[in-house]
Design a protein around this ligand. Structure first.
Ligand SMILES: [Zn+2]
Length: 194
């Protein structure tokens, strides 16, 4: 298993954790922003992370890895490759998480649900209900980063490589806005590096 420090060092190397003045999708402001896609660009780093994520499930006789699109697809693929099993993903159709593309879960299959990041855990909960409805047996949930600060409860064992809370503020009381030095930007915008 990778240590917390090793995981953070991989994230920093890949630019997953960024420092600045950001407007989050919630509208809140933050000094930090996390973009997991940055690390998933690098197959070697993704392999290192997923080996560690798969480790606790190695002897659990997993049949199938299921992940939510889009964030979970690469992580689900890599974990399934390491475990030597099949992987599929759920995606939204008319707003509802579902299996498409002929993907199937057989009753009794031992399923590992995998996601890159959970905050409220909404997508993972929807995937859990897809697996339950199909009669799959959920063995556990594996995520690279748990941003819920331990608050999220899926009703199944949760393994995360890193538990991390990113501090954020209502924009009216944002200390960076008060300083007035750096304008707030939406992550991924062109001004990010400026
Ligand atoms: Zn601000």
């Amino acid at each position: 298993m990778l240590t917390r420090e090793e995981v953070i060092s991989i994230f920093e190397e890949a630019g997953v954790l960024q420092t600045g003045h950001f407007i989050l999708t919630s509208g809140r402001h933050s000094k930090q922003y996390m973009q997991m896609a940055q690390v998933l660009q690098y197959a070697n780093l993704t392999e290192k992370l997923c080996k560690s994520l798969a480790e606790p499930f190695k002897n659990e006789k997993i049949d199938l890895v299921v992940s939510p699109a889009v964030g979970g697809i690469i992580v689900g693929y890599e974990v399934s490759r390491i475990l030597g099993v099949k992987n599929i993903f759920c995606e939204r159709e008319n707003g509802v998480m579902t299996l498409r593309r002929g993907f199937k879960i057989e009753p009794g299959q031992r399923v590992l649900v995998v996601e890159d990041v959970v905050t409220t855990g909404g997508s993972v909960k929807e995937v859990i209900s897809v697996v339950e409805q199909a009669g799959g047996e959920i063995v556990g949930i594996g995520v690279l980063v748990d941003r819920s600060n331990g608050k999220v409860n899926f009703g199944y064992p949760l393994q995360s490589l890193l538990s991390l809370e990113i501090e954020s503020y209502e924009k009216e009381i944002c200390p960076l806005c008060n300083e007035g030095k750096v304008p707030a930007v939406k992550p991924g915008s062109r001004n990010l590096k400026g």
